[in-house]
Ligand binder design. Structure first.
Ligand code: ADP
Length: 919
């Protein structure tokens, strides 16, 4: 079927929104057309306006901007001065749906003056938007649970209910699964369904085109919301998808079978970058190959136990301290700091790095950076750095005295650790970018600039560090792409780079995260991450295919695959060209090269807040040496320089081709647009959004104490008369119960309860190392409480994930009906949950919240003391020592490693080993 007929038939069905506004880089259904994502549609009020106003807009089609419009070229039509701020220059944020004209590329000198919040008083869109801000409270109350499309069983659905850990901020940092009963009144039902329709984006092009997405093991809340409002539909199981978003590495089979229109969020073998040990090895290899001075971007590191001798040698040369990290861990789990190598237990594989003792501090607090790096292709290499990042501050003031090395809330900047410290401050307004313990990158840069620091150099060094880290790992990833990825545009990847800046402003790469957290716990987080994701999706480009085109492209995909194979052997000409191309391309580009070039250009126009850092006009000059002169592949193995297998089978040089076509003579505008100066200015501007993004504000579950007590009586009665909790119900209850305990402990720490929790967790997880070595003095109790809460929080996360495996698909004989039980859970307080768990355990003599159906060594039910917290006191006795099924070693405690206590550490780890051995 000719493409035009698809276009016409498809366009006819867009009754409500102007598809030109939501599709770019080509007409809908055309080969290069992709969806546009924006944050303003996340605001329910703005969304309503968009949907209501859109038909009118469609009629006055003459006013519409062209389908291929450049984000950075758009300004408000009615604006009296042609200034562009980060907001307006950004697809994410602009209000161009209603008023937009095209303008030539903005003068970047103007950009820097427009970092202040934009007050849009000049157009209708803006004024309605302002009203959203003023009564934002109303909009934030809307019900997240109604909008989700859960996997529904007959009468049960899994929803997430936010748990209020910080009442003041109104934001969430923990969630729990809870079964949702259909308790809406008819009026509520009505509201829910209209909100749901709205949320599902049924009037959006993506919905009409039946564009689908699929999640695998990933944090979904923010992403699901963004996908749904843009009209994408979630699919599960083996269904075909347009976009696959996974939190884990891709299966090779899935990759091999990708069609041309499909997108996945990982490259094969990207663990070369994202596993701490692999990353350090790859960079170390580059240090040997290219010289230390070029790759001095990571702290000196050793993998133990293999390299213990090297570590001791290094320690004798330059004394510690050293920071010890489990090789494949994250979120500060299992990390501790030692003064000397003999304090490191030898029983597991860890990465030991030189501890940077002079970090950059803000107001006396150590900080580190999370920046977001998007790679859309490894060959040619295309890297973007998001203009905004997050700065994480430690809660306790930094003091380099060795006595404090044990204190994680002073030495580690992880939010997952510091959030439990009672002094941790969250900013409660998205505009507060330098308040509390989480700042934005741009706020940090402005702060440093005010202090006279050279932020220009700092950002150039950060760009350099990112490019070098990617170059060090690219070769393997490129080979894997050649083997497993059928089409050039199938994969993209967003990496979270963790960077520590020392007090000389030198950035050090700590690690690269495979799936940077999309969790949002504050308005600031929401703003940055929502903008990041929407910009990412627009930049990457989710093809706006019609269903009819899909089959057409399915066929094309395999043809493309075979032609790209042919391309690999038919190479001598382009090899010749690549060596000569430094001056100007002599031979016309092949079809594939034209496609790559066009795709890179279009992608660049859609980049929103992403700053392209490779290629730039000077990348060949700076990094050309690290690339194979013939095929442009980054070289990271000494013996195969110029002779890699890629050279033998592939003679194209896409990096060279792209560079000369984007930045060769006659390409000045692209050059200027992406100049160093412009890039740096972009990093320094504050990220602004046109609309407040109210979603993900905590849904405060209105619990009714009296109702809770009434329902609790009902449940106790049912249990007495023979009903039992299913595994799912028992686990839900236990998880909610522990959450209540966690909340209580963070607000009002209680020493004896913390000890119980530690005891329970130590026994529960075979590999758990207890954080037993806290001094017992008052001044450190806050840090200790934070650590206990962190352990419990980590446990709960795993526990909740496991609980999903127990979902009841229908009500069976003898169980408490799902609806009634869910209602109870909805209103239950800690004491209600405790009462039900205690009663159920006493009556049935089983503990389904801890043991699964086929548990082998279930201990006898211990006596549960009566009275408040009796269940908590009995908890450790419910667990057989080191006997639980799940490996929970990942939430190891923080071990204090100062000399005094080292013996104690070894003692404990030996004891735990011998207990295990004797089993
Ligand atoms: P994780 O993946 O578990 O978060 P990171 O490598 O990011 O581990 O380190 C966690 C925290 O430890 C960082 O936020 C940083 O503050 C601190 N840190 C890590 N490595 C070093 C180091 N070499 N020197 C100083 N601080 C470090």
């Amino acid at each position: 079927m000719p493409a035009s007929s698809h276009i016409n038939s498809t366009e006819r069905c867009f009754k409500y929104v102007n598809s030109d506004e939501w599709v770019t880089s080509g007409k809908i259904g055309s080969r290069e057309a992709v969806l546009v994502f924006r944050t303003n549609i996340l605001n329910p009020k703005t969304r309503k306006l968009i949907l209501e106003a859109a038909p009118q807009q469609s009629k006055t089609g003459a006013d519409s901007p062209s389908a291929v419009s450049t984000p950075n070229e758009t300004i408000h039509k009615t604006s009296s001065s042609p200034t562009v701020s980060k907001t307006q220059s950004n697809y994410t944020n602009q209000g161009k749906i209603f008023v937009a004209v095209e303008k030539t590329v903005a003068n970047c000198k103007e950009l820097v003056n427009h970092r202040n919040p934009i007050k849009k008083s000049l157009d209708a869109f803006s004024s309605s938007d302002a009203s959203v801000s003023s009564d934002g409270d109303e909009t934030i109350q809307y019900n997240e649970t109604k909008s989700r499309k859960p996997h529904k069983s007959k009468n049960t659905s899994i929803i997430e209910i936010e748990v209020n850990l910080n009442k003041e901020s109104g934001y969430e940092s923990a969630t729990t699964s809870q079964s949702n009963t259909e308790i809406n009144t008819s009026e509520e039902d009505h509201e829910a369904s209209s909100e749901e329709d709205n949320e599902c984006g049924i009037n959006m092009p993506a919905h009409q085109l039946k564009i689908t997405y699929k999640f695998i093991q990933t944090e979904t809340k923010l992403l699901r919301k963004i996908f749904n409002v843009h009209g994408l539909t979630e699919v599960q199981g083996d269904s075909n998808f347009n976009l696959l978003w996974t939190g884990v590495h891709m299966k090779l089979d899935t990759l091999r079978n990708l069609a041309l229109y499909q997108r996945v969020n990982h490259f094969p073998r990207s663990y070369e970058l994202t596993r701490k040990d692999r990353l350090y090895k790859n960079i170390e290899r580059m240090q040997h190959l290219r010289g230390m001075k070029h790759f001095d971007i990571v702290p000196q590191s050793f993998i133990l136990p293999l390299e213990i001798r090297d570590l001791i040698f290094a320690h004798n040369k330059h004394r510690g301290p050293w920071i010890v990290k489990p090789a494949a861990s994250s979120r500060g789990r299992g990390i501790f700091i030692v003064n000397s190598p003999d304090q490191i237990p030898q029983d597991e594989q860890v990465l030991v790095s030189k501890y940077i003792v002079d970090p950059l501090c803000i107001d006396g607090h150590k900080c580190d950076l999370r920046v977001y790096v998007l790679v859309t292709s490894f060959d040619p290499l295309i890297i973007y750095l998001y203009e905004e990042g997050i700065v994480r501050l430690a809660t306790v003031r930094y003091d380099r005295n060795a006595d404090n090395l044990w204190n994680p809330c002073m030495h580690l900047c992880n939010y997952s650790i510091n959030k439990y410290h009672s002094d941790y401050i969250r900013s409660s307004d998205a505009q507060d970018e330098d308040v509390g313990h989480k700042w934005t990158l741009s706020a940090l840069l402005r702060h440093l600039k005010l202090q006279g620091c050279d932020t220009h150099l700092l950002m150039l060094n950060i760009e350099d560090l990112i490019i070098k880290a990617v170059l060090a790992c690219a070769q393997t990833i490129i080979s894997a792409c050649r083997m497993f990825v059928p089409n050039v545009n199938n994969c993209f990847e967003l990496y979270g780079f963790d960077i520590l800046i020392d007090n000389t402003l030198k950035p050090w790469l700590l690690e690269v995260n495979l799936s940077p957290s999309m969790g949002v716990d504050s308005p600031l987080d929401t703003k940055v991450k929502a903008c990041l994701v929407t910009d990412l999706l627009t930049c990457v480009g989710i093809p706006a295919f019609t269903p009819e085109m899909r089959t057409h492209y399915d066929g094309k995909s395999s043809r493309l695959r075979s032609s790209s194979c042919q391309r690999q052997v038919d190479t001598s000409e382009s090899a010749l060209r690549s060596t000569k191309s430094k001056k100007k391309p002599v031979i016309p580009l092949t079809q594939e090269e034209q496609r790559i070039l066009r795709s890179a250009r279009l992608q660049y126009t859609r980049r929103g807040g992403f700053v392209r850092i490779f290629p730039t006009d000077d990348t060949m000059q700076r990094y050309g040496n690290f690339l194979d002169p013939a095929n442009g592949i980054p070289i990271s193995t000494p013996n195969v320089q110029g002779q890699t297998f890629q050279t033998l089978v592939t003679q194209h040089n896409y990096n060279q081709m792209l560079h000369s076509n984007l930045f060769g003579s006659g390409q000045r505008s692209a050059k200027d647009d992406n100049s160093q100066e412009n890039r740096i200015m972009q990093y320094e501007r504050a990220l602004e959004t046109d609309s407040e993004i109210p979603f993900l504000k905590k849904q405060i579950v209105e619990k009714c104490e009296e109702e809770g007590r009434r329902l609790r009586k009902q449940m106790l009665k049912k249990i007495t008369s023979g009903s039992t909790l299913t595994h799912f119900q028992a686990r839900q209850t236990f998880s909610l119960y522990l959450e209540s305990v966690l909340r209580r402990l963070t607000q009002d720490p209680k020493d004896s309860h913390e000890k119980i929790i530690i005891k329970f967790l130590t026994k529960y997880g075979g590999g758990v190392k207890p954080p037993v070595l806290f001094k017992n003095s008052q001044n450190i109790s806050k840090a200790r409480s934070a650590m206990v809460a962190k352990l419990l929080g980590d446990f709960l996360e795993l526990y909740r994930r496991d609980t999903e495996a127990y979902i009841d698909s229908f009500d069976h004989f003898g169980m408490i009906p799902t609806n009634a039980y869910s209602l109870f859970l909805m209103h239950a307080q800690e004491s209600d949950l405790e009462a039900v768990l205690t009663h159920h355990t006493n009556v049935t003599g089983i503990m389904p919240f801890l043991y699964n159906r086929c548990g082998l060594s279930v201990p006898a039910t211990p006596p549960i003391p009566s009275g408040l917290h009796g269940f908590l006191r009995a908890l450790p006795a419910m667990v057989t020592s080191y006997g639980m099924s799940r490996e929970v070693s990942k939430y190891d405690g923080y071990i204090k490693n100062c000399d005094k206590n080292c013996e104690n550490v070894q003692d404990i780890s030996l004891r735990s080993r011998s207990t295990r051995d004797s089993k």
